[in-house]
Design a protein around this ligand. Structure first.
Ligand code: IMP
Length: 227
């Protein structure tokens, strides 16, 4: 595959992630256009059933590559809290469960639960990290005979090539929320070397250091090789 206008689908309906990925590719000098799923209304909703961020990102990238016939990038992310043995992890978006469903703001309910769970945890044991996995799946071209699948794995059927990378942002958790930007656990997360929470940073400041930014920039280097 080559050419100045290669298209890459980002497996998200979040309109903010598309320009973020586009800016990373443009900065890296990769001549590709990033499109989101808004142009693919029939794209499947892919349940995040894997126990790892990498596994879930791959599931989504493969499904969207198969559906669109285009190289697809997908991410999965969350918060790992040292004191909670790495949880909420892949459960970050659903941590408060059905209690959160009843709350007006699920993100706030998830954040509140983590704060409650750490209520007796002193500052020196409040380490945590944001983690993001970013996956790339390139579909086998129509007419390609067998033998081009990414692996023996049946889940990778119809995929010519795939890769997955991770980005990590270490930090610590406050005992009360601060800041109005960002989403999710941002108001209680202070990155290493910072005094502000990621909810007190601009989007550009956060993207420059974030787990997702790190993962997307790593994946851009892989995309450079395959586009
Ligand atoms: P995903 O959309 O399945 O990747 O779920 C990510 C979940 O992890 C979100 O709902 C947030 O709770 C949390 N999360 C991931 N990245 C961030 C971040 O950058 N800031 C705050 N929370 C995050």
């Amino acid at each position: 595959m080559s050419g100045a206008h290669a298209r890459v689908v980002l497996a998200t309906r979040n309109a903010k992630k598309v320009p973020e990925m586009q800016a990373i590719l443009t900065e890296a000098g990769i001549p590709a256009e990033v499109v989101g799923l808004t142009g693919f209304p029939d794209a499947p909703e892919v349940p995040e059933t894997e126990p790892t961020f990498a596994g879930n990102a791959l599931l989504k990238a493969r499904a969207i590559a198969r559906h669109t016939g285009l190289p697809a990038v997908a991410d999965d992310s969350g918060l790992r809290v040292d004191e909670l043995n790495g949880m909420p992890g892949v459960l970050s978006a659903r941590w408060s469960g059905s209690f959160g469903d009843a709350a007006p703001d699920k993100d706030a309910a998830n954040l509140r639960l983590v704060l409650d769970q750490l209520a007796d945890t002193p500052a020196e044991r409040r380490g945590a990290e944001f983690v993001a996995a970013a996956a790339l799946a390139v579909p086998a071209r129509a007419g390609d005979a067998g033998g081009r699948d990414a692996g023996e794995d049946a889940a990778a059927e119809g995929i010519a090539l795939e890769d997955v990378v991770e980005g990590v942002l270490r930090g610590r958790l406050l005992d009360h929320p601060r800041g109005g930007n960002g989403f999710g656990y941002d108001p209680i997360f202070v990155p290493e070397g910072e005094t502000r929470t990621t909810a007190e940073m601009t989007a550009a400041e956060k993207n420059a250091i974030s787990h997702r930014g790190i993962a997307f920039r790593k994946l851009a280097e892989r995309l450079r090789e395959v586009l």
